[in-house]
Design a binder for this molecule. Structure first.
Ligand SMILES: NC(=O)c1ccc[n+]([C@@H]2O[C@H](COP(=O)([O-])OP(=O)(O)OC[C@H]3O[C@@H](n4cnc5c(N)ncnc54)[C@H](OP(=O)(O)O)[C@@H]3O)[C@@H](O)[C@H]2O)c1
Length: 305
C-alpha cells in the first residue's frame, strides 16, 4: 500500500490502539480513528489523526468511518467495569458488522488485535470465545488479514504495585509473556501497511518473559526503591470465582476478571513458554523494531506518571 492510503484504527484511543495510531502517524501514514469522545481522543492522540465521533455499534457511524478507507486495524475492547455488559455487542456483533460493511465497500486489508494464543472453542471466558469466533470468521473470509495475538501489556506488572508492594492474585505463572504497548504499536503499524502477511497469525511477545516476582526485583533496581511481593492464594481466587460465577448477572465484570486471573495463572504452562522463543524469533525476522526490556519500559512508565 502507498503512503496515501487511509488507515482506520478502531479502538485508536485504547491502551494498545493509541500506540498503533502514534506509530502510524510517526511513519507519516494517513490515519482515521473512531471514538465516542473527541476531547479524550485529542488529548491522547494530538492533532494528527482524523477523528470520527460515534459508537461502533451504529451501522451509520461504521459506514461513515469506513468511507475512503484502504485498511482497518481492529483494537476495540469492552473488557472493563463500565462496558462489560456490552462486550458481546461491541467485540462481536459490531466487529462482524464492520467485516460485512468492509466487504461491501471493497476494503480488503484487515489487522485484528486478538489475545495471545488462539483461544480454544470451549474456553471459559466470554471474551475468549468471541475472539475465537472472530478469528474463525477471518479465516473463512476472503480478506487479506493478519491476526496479532496480544499478551497482557507489560503495564500489568506496574498496575499491581501499591504502596511499595506488588500484590498478585494467585502469584502469577513462573513466566508470563507480556509486551510493551509501544512495541505492539510499532508491530501493528508495520503490519497494516504490508500485504504480504495475509492469513498469518503472530503471537506477540516482548524481550522479557518473567514472573511477577522477577518483575518486582527488576523494577526495584531501576527505581531504587525496594518493592515487596505478596501472593493472594489461587484457592481464594477460585472460591471467589465460583461465587461470582453463580452471581454473574449481578457481578459480570468481577466474574470475568476472576476467570481471567485464573487463566493467567494456569495457561502459561512450560510447553506454552517453550514456544515463546520461536515467537520472538519470528517477530524479529518479520518486523523492524527493537523490543523494550522491562527496565526501558519502567523508565518511560514512571516518566509519564
Ligand atoms: N490491554 C491488554 O493488556 C490486552 C491483553 C491482551 C489482549 N488485548 C486485546 O487488545 C485489544 C485492545 O485492548 P485495549 O486494552 O487496548 O483496549 P482499551 O484500552 O480498553 O480500549 C478500548 C478501545 O475500544 C474503543 N471502544 C470501546 N467501545 C466502543 C464503542 N462502543 N464504539 C467505539 N469505540 C469503542 C474505545 O474507544 P473510545 O473510548 O475512545 O470510544 C477504546 O479506544 C483488544 O482486542 C483486547 O482484547 C489487550
Amino acid at each position: 500500500m502507498t503512503k496515501s492510503g487511509l488507515i482506520l484504527v478502531l479502538g485508536g484511543t485504547g491502551h494498545y490502539g493509541r500506540h498503533i495510531v502514534k506509530a502510524l502517524t510517526a511513519d507519516n501514514q494517513k490515519v482515521r480513528i473512531l471514538s465516542r469522545n473527541m476531547t479524550k481522543a485529542r488529548q491522547i492522540l494530538g492533532e494528527e489523526p482524523e477523528i470520527i465521533i460515534g459508537d461502533i455499534t451504529s451501522k451509520e457511524v461504521v459506514i461513515q468511518a469506513l468511507e475512503g478507507v484502504n485498511a482497518i486495524v481492529i483494537s476495540v475492547s469492552a473488557f472493563n467495569r463500565k462496558m462489560i455488559r456490552k462486550l458481546k455487542l461491541i467485540e462481536r456483533d459490531s466487529v462482524l458488522m464492520v467485516f460485512e460493511e468492509a466487504e461491501r465497500l471493497g476494503i480488503n486489508r484487515i489487522v485484528y488485535i486478538s489475545v495471545y494464543g488462539k483461544p480454544d472453542t470451549n474456553v471459559d471466558m466470554l471474551q475468549g470465545r468471541i475472539k475465537r469466533e472472530i478469528e474463525d470468521t477471518l479465516e473463512k473470509s476472503s480478506f487479506n488479514y493478519t491476526i496479532l495475538g496480544a499478551p497482557p501489556s507489560m503495564e500489568i506488572f506496574f498496575s499491581m504495585i501499591r504502596n511499595g508492594k506488588m500484590t498478585v492474585p494467585g502469584g502469577g505463572p513462573t513466566a508470563l509473556p507480556t509486551i510493551s504497548p509501544i512495541d505492539l504499536g510499532i508491530i501493528a503499524a508495520q503490519t497494516v501497511i504490508r500485504s504480504d502477511l495475509n492469513r498469518k497469525r503472530f503471537s506477540l511477545v516482548g524481550s522479557d518473559v518473567i514472573s511477577f516476582r522477577d518483575a518486582t526485583e527488576r523494577i526495584s533496581k531501576i527505581t531504587g526503591n525496594e518493592i515487596g511481593f505478596r501472593k493472594v492464594p489461587l484457592l481464594l481466587i477460585r472460591a471467589a470465582a465460583t461465587i461470582t460465577g453463580l452471581l454473574s448477572a449481578i457481578f459480570p465484570y468481577i466474574s470475568q476478571l476472576l476467570k481471567f486471573i485464573i487463566l493467567m495463572n494456569t495457561a502459561f504452562t512450560p510447553d506454552v513458554i517453550e514456544q515463546v522463543i520461536e515467537h520472538q524469533k519470528l517477530l524479529k525476522e518479520t518486523f523492524d523494531y527493537q523490543p523494550l526490556t522491562i527496565e526501558e519500559f519502567a523508565i518511560k512508565f514512571y516518566k509519564n506518571k
